[in-house]
Design a protein around this ligand. Structure first.
Ligand code: PBG
Length: 338
């Protein structure tokens, strides 16, 4: 026994990492990162009508909510201390067309929800997406001409959508459609409309990812999408290109940056935070949520533990917060509530 200790000390030079890990109190003392409720942004899905709580099959535990139910849910989130929500609409198929024209209706589902939530729960931040995909008949984020998603025309429309969302009470515009020049254009559009205090959280690096599958089911774009989004989202192979894309958004006036998806892209989170120092967020997307839920439901992993671990790892990777469908569940655990 004595000999063995001697042997290890010879190798480690008496440096033993486990001294700081030996007890709960030492572990707490040396903990570098902590998850708090302030780190959690909750994305929610909206549907027209009232009294509707419609489960999304590929996202167990996540529902599409009519505005009245969304207001109730957001109240609960605010009570838990969640600082902000992000809204995504699942609108009627009959309202979807080639150019996503319903995105420009002042009283569309997203704007109605913003107004209702703002009124009922004024203390929570509302983040809206100005992309066109919930409104197009082809499921693309922009205007489709022939087989091209046209950039500049889409940006023009996205700016108008953003201004209307701000008019309805949105606090942060978060454009996810990855068109070139959109951040600067939205900033100018918001300012010209008197919305100097409305911020922009850029989906600075949005990757062309298979992890979005369940989201497309949630807003019913899965059956619509023609082709893929590779001509505007970033390839999962490209980190340096993602940095260049984000650099443009920073120059154009983004207040905050987002990386999407999250867990497979932690290197990008870290690089962005190091390079720009802007508030940096990760979006733990639908497929990431579903993976954890499905494995947990099968009893193959401890779902709660993996959920909390992944959320904490975003903090370690430099993120200031996480958009996650787990937000409410995690906030309850952090608050010690059932
Ligand atoms: C599209 C959009 C996507 C998500 C939100 N807005 C991706 C897509 O459909 O291509 C994904 C969110 C998620 O997967 O949770 N503008």
């Amino acid at each position: 026994m004595q000999d063995k200790t001697h042997l290890v000390d010879e190798i480690t030079g008496h440096r033993r990492m486990r001294r700081n890990r030996k007890a709960d109190w030492t572990r707490r003392m040396v903990q570098e990162n902590r998850l708090t409720v302030d780190d959690l942004i909750w994305p929610i899905f909206l549907v027209p009508g009232s009294g509707i709580v419609d489960p999304i099959p590929a996202m167990p535990g996540v529902n599409r909510l009519s505005i009245d139910k969304a207001v109730e849910a957001v109240k609960e989130a605010a009570d838990l201390g969640i600082p902000a929500i992000a809204t995504f609409p699942n609108i009627e198929m009959t309202l979807r067309d080639e150019t996503g024209s319903h995105s420009l209706a002042a009283d569309n589902l997203i704007n109605q929800a913003t107004a209702a939530i703002k009124k009922a729960v004024p203390g929570i931040g509302i983040i809206t997406d100005a992309a066109l995909d919930p409104f197009t008949s082809h499921g693309h984020d922009g205007i489709l001409r022939g087989d091209e998603i046209v950039n500049d025309e889409t940006v023009e429309q996205v700016v108008r959508v953003a201004v209307m969302q701000a008019d309805a009470g949105a606090d942060i515009i978060s454009p996810s459609e990855m068109m070139d020049g959109r951040i600067g254009a939205i900033r100018r559009g918001l300012d010209a409309a008197g919305h100097q205090n409305v911020g922009i959280m850029s989906y600075a690096t949005k990757f062309s990812s298979g992890f979005y599958g369940p989201y497309r089911e949630a807003i019913c774009t899965d059956g619509l999408l023609k082709g893929d989004k590779n001509s505007y989202y970033i390839s999962p192979a490209n980190g340096t290109e993602a940095m260049r894309d984000a650099a443009l958004d920073v120059e154009e006036g983004a207040d905050m940056l987002m990386v999407k998806p999250g867990l497979a892209y932690l290197d990008i989170c870290w690089r962005l935070k190091e390079a720009y120092g802007l508030p940096t967020f990760a979006y733990q997307v639908s497929g990431e949520y579903t993976q954890i839920k499905a494995a947990a439901m099968n009893g193959w992993i401890d779902g709660e533990r993996v959920m909390m671990e992944t959320l904490l790892c975003f903090k370690r990777a430099g993120c200031d917060g996480i958009l996650s469908y787990f937000a409410v569940e995690a906030a309850k655990i952090l608050a010690g509530r059932p």
